[in-house]
Design a protein around this ligand. Structure first.
Ligand SMILES: Cc1cc2nc3c(=O)[nH]c(=O)nc-3n(C[C@H](O)[C@H](O)[C@H](O)COP(=O)(O)OP(=O)(O)OC[C@H]3O[C@@H](n4cnc5c(N)ncnc54)[C@H](O)[C@@H]3O)c2cc1C
Length: 410
């Protein structure tokens, strides 16, 4: 007999939001995570305004803001020492860099308040399979207690090294191997900007990111090229520091900064989609769809896929047929996520503009008349610059600017 409607493996962005949504439907949900909560996980925490809108829809935004995270209202990009700047979104909206120790715990606290059960320090060791479908899983607590749990569905929200995906043999497609190593650290004392501003700095074939978190607390990240990985591997703290100091704006702002803890990093993140369902199982978050972190959209996408999955599972729990319901979920996930996937791959693959082009850029920036002309010609050439999906997204965002959005106002 089933003890639970749903057993969710992993309790962070994907698992926490799914647990919250299913518990609010009145389902009987158990979440198991091997980590001790509250705890941080590897992330630079950026959430764009659409992702902030998703937190609002979940009803958790106020609790996250209460932890002191700054509303990021400006975005700017540096190419060498040329700076492009604009609003993060329409008036009243903002992006956010909530530290995961806060975000993931707030999600799980809300899920538990809504009725979900949560066991941290509990590892899922394997699945129970009756030969036709997954029926449950074997759990082991940190204290060594092992037990079997039965559920109508087992959901892998267990991240980019998903064991659930491996155990069920979820088919991978559109896969692209890891493109760039990424390193990051938390800093105190970076010279702040009056309005919290997300900053990207391109130069030396690397991308540096400055993510404003709380007053006096920022996250700095860098994506390098694969051929530079050896330099980082031998002494990544020193390599990180010397790379950042080559960027004039970063060097200036970091003058009085000090690092909290260690520099962390990965050799690269694979990119893939996986079939997200099968008999008795489903996948959400990085377990089912993974990409390079350069576009800072993994957390928001994980939450959005959990919204789609919660809706599909809700229909199935209420009597809809499994196959058409889950196939529609699969199709919708891919339709919604593929433009960002393509955009992330293109952005991550892009190399620097060369010194001659950078000199030209500086010449353009010296002349307001040329800038204005450039703005017009950029707009005129948009249809040829952008794929149909990107053009659609850009049109959608431009409508939000024309009519200020309500999505993330608070
Ligand atoms: C360096 C780096 C920087 C990033 N920066 C950003 C960013 O700025 N913005 C952004 O949106 N995204 C970023 N991402 C991506 C983002 O972190 C992920 O997309 C997001 O965490 C996915 O959430 P998830 O819940 O699917 O998986 P995770 O956050 O990985 O959570 C999975 C959970 O499952 C648990 N688990 C795994 N196996 C088991 C098991 N067998 N039993 C029990 N529990 C298990 C783990 O303990 C973990 O808590 C970054 C990623 C990296 C690596």
């Amino acid at each position: 007999m089933n003890q639970y409607d749903a057993l969710i493996v992993g309790g962070r962005a994907a698992g926490g939001s799914l647990a919250l949504l299913l518990a609010r439907q009145g389902r009987n949900v158990l979440v198991a995570d091997r980590d001790e909560f509250p705890s941080d996980t590897m992330s630079t925490h950026f959430m764009n305004l659409a992702a902030v809108g998703s937190l609002k829809r979940l009803g958790v935004l106020e609790d996250i803001l209460a932890a002191g995270f700054r509303r990021v209202t400006r975005h700017r990009s540096w190419v060498g020492d040329c700076c492009f700047e604009g609003p993060a979104g329409p008036p009243g909206t903002f992006s956010l860099c909530p530290r995961r120790v806060v975000l993931d715990s707030v999600l799980m606290d809300h899920a538990v308040k809504a009725g979900a059960q949560f066991e941290h320090r509990t590892r899922v060791e394997g699945l129970i399979n009756d030969g036709e479908r997954i029926e449950g899983a074997v759990l082991q607590t940190a204290g060594g207690e092992r037990r079997e749990v039965r559920a109508r569905i087992v959901i892998g929200a267990d991240g980019r090294s998903s064991k659930v995906a491996e155990w069920v043999g979820a088919e991978e497609y559109d896969a692209v191997p890891a493109l760039r190593p990424a390193y990051y650290g938390y800093f105190h004392g970076i010279e702040p900007r009056p309005e919290a501003t997300l900053e990207l700095m391109f130069g030396g074939d690397q991308i540096a990111f400055l993510f404003p978190m709380r007053e006096g607390e920022d996250c700095i990240a860098i994506e390098i090229q694969p051929e530079d990985f050896e330099e980082f591997r031998s002494d990544h703290a020193a390599a990180f520091d010397s790379r950042l100091r080559r960027l004039p704006e970063m060097a200036r702002r970091m003058k009085n900064a000090h690092l909290e803890g260690k520099i962390m990093g990965v050799k690269g993140i694979d990119n893939y989609f996986r079939r997200p369902y099968g008999p008795g199982w489903a996948l959400t978050g990085d377990a089912g769809y993974l990409k390079d972190p350069s576009t800072g959209s993994g957390i928001g996408d994980a939450v959005d896929v959990s919204f789609m999955l919660a809706k599909a599972l809700g229909e199935w729990f209420d009597g809809a047929d499994w196959e058409p319901t889950m196939s529609a979920f699969h199709q919708k996930r891919d339709e919604v996520m593929k433009p960002m996937y393509a955009g992330t791959l293109a952005f991550t693959r892009m190399r620097d503009v060369g010194p001659a082009e950078e000199a030209l850029l500086k010449a353009i920036f010296m002349s307001p008349g040329t800038i204005r002309g450039l703005a017009y010609s950029m707009l005129a050439s948009l249809p040829t610059l952008l794929s149909p999906a990107e053009a659609g997204r850009t049109q959608f965002i431009s409508k939000m600017f024309a009519a200020p959005a309500e999505a993330t106002k608070s």
